[in-house]
Design a protein around this ligand. Sequence first.
Ligand SMILES: NC(=O)c1ccc[n+]([C@@H]2O[C@H](COP(=O)([O-])OP(=O)(O)OC[C@H]3O[C@@H](n4cnc5c(N)ncnc54)[C@H](OP(=O)(O)O)[C@@H]3O)[C@@H](O)[C@H]2O)c1
Length: 291
Amino acid sequence: MAHIIDGNAIAAEIRTEVAAAVQHRLERGLPAPGLNLLLVGEDPASEVYVRFKSKDCEKVGIRSTIVRLPADATQQQVIDQVQEWNADSSVDGILVQLPLPKHINEHDVINTIDPEKDVDGFHPVNAGKLLIGLDGFIPCTPLGVLEMLKRSNIETSGKHAVVVGRSNIVGKPLAMLLAQKRPQGNATVTICHTGTRNMTEFTRSADIVIAAVGRAQMITAEHVKPGAVVIDVGINRITKADGTNGLVGDVDFASVEPIAQAITPVPGGVGPMTRAMLLSNTMVAAERRSR
Ligand SMILES: NC(=O)c1ccc[n+]([C@@H]2O[C@H](COP(=O)([O-])OP(=O)(O)OC[C@H]3O[C@@H](n4cnc5c(N)ncnc54)[C@H](OP(=O)(O)O)[C@@H]3O)[C@@H](O)[C@H]2O)c1
């Protein structure tokens, strides 16, 4: 039986720490950190995510403002909004909720965000800093995974970590971080993707398997070495046998949990960590900007 890594509990710990740090700022006469969120269009999932993020801010004393633009907003309108926030000293963090409507170029919008306010860590300057090991902003999901490993006392140094998935927001940054000579790093890292042949050979030799694939329950017991640590980043909506909808990860929890040393559940694993790390990144942005 695996140790179940409780993302909800670790995220609650982080929120408590951020709330204390916000309080400490106020005691020093500094304003509460401010996060501005931009939502373009009416995508229902994005609407929910943005509201959750704003509520999370409220819980820890971070000021948050949501601005909504219509689905037919022009790219220039979106860029103008970001630039207004870049110039506004009361805004510490800027988050543009993705995906943007198809007629808007996401890269151009992300490139407009001041890297010092890019709390999602998607700006190329922050991606570059991550690659060469400088302090920038690390995207919230990879950062959340590292924080989970740290707080669960899972050693990564000298271990073989296999990351399945190479997206710019999860797989790639996570693989780079795990390979770096730093705490929660120093691992030997393999990245698997759709071009990988015989993926099981790689995953079965892993001490740590990280699934960021977007394929429901794809990683089964046959992919995992007994005693491995398994981190499931996936969030997939499925219709269960009884007709109800549910959330599952990229890992087949039922078959993997009995053989793993430790495993994250879905829901309640990496998801809450991602949300908590946004608060932490916003706090860091505010502190850096107050120096
Ligand atoms: N927990 C959270 O907070 C959080 C945050 C972000 C994302 N997610 C979830 O994490 C998952 C991954 O997200 P993402 O944004 O990284 O997804 P993505 O951009 O779709 O990337 C998926 C990656 O998995 C690879 N892949 C797909 N099918 C594969 C297969 N059969 N075998 C091997 N590799 C395969 C793809 O390879 P190619 O590059 O070759 O196409 C790609 O690199 C999704 O379920 C998403 O909902 C969760």
